[in-house]
Design a protein around this ligand. Structure first.
Ligand code: ZN
Length: 166
């Protein structure tokens, strides 16, 4: 994805109150992000350094917009073999937790949420870029990686659609 500014990020949210957006803190690493760091991401996700269970994902859409969704980590912990719905990394390289997103608009005001199992620190972009051991001679690693990256982008967009759907 392209690099983002704090202003762009703050104006991208579809399911958060003004107060939530005002209170939102970016991670310390944000200032040090390079073009290459951004290019290695399919979406930008982080846990709020000030609020234990709050997190945010910002997803680029196909027509070049940016949609941000605020998440709350559920109290319940999924079983230890839970797989992330976004990167679907079968190697389970990191913790996966259950996130809830308030739906946008009227549904959200009535309390409707969307749940999703996703990586604890949103390691998905990193995970899909990590090649598995060669499954057989002649296996096209590069093509498989491109496919994993495309699928991650589609799945995060699908999630955004379920949050914004009327
Ligand atoms: Zn993941």
């Amino acid at each position: 994805m392209h690099s983002l500014t704090e202003t762009t990020i703050r104006s991208s949210f579809v399911n958060a109150s003004r107060k939530t957006i005002k209170d939102m803190a970016l991670p310390e690493s944000f200032e040090q992000m390079t073009e290459a760091d951004w290019a290695a991401l399919d979406f930008y996700g982080w846990r709020d350094p000030k609020f234990a269970r709050r997190a945010y994902v910002v997803v680029p859409t196909l027509d070049g917009d940016l949609i941000g969704v605020a998440l709350t980590q559920a109290e319940a912990t999924p079983n230890s073999r839970a797989m992330c719905n976004w990167c679907r990394d079968v190697r389970l390289p990191n913790d996966v937790v259950l996130w809830a997103a308030k739906r946008a608009g009227a549904a959200g005001r009535r309390g409707a949420t969307v749940g999703i199992l996703a990586c604890l620190d949103f390691e998905c972009s990193h995970n899909v870029r990590k090649d598995p051991p060669l499954p057989y001679d002649g296996y096209d690693m590069g093509a498989a990686r491109v496919r994993r990256i495309e699928q991650l982008a589609l799945r995060t967009l699908g999630f955004i659609e379920s949050v914004t759907a009327e």
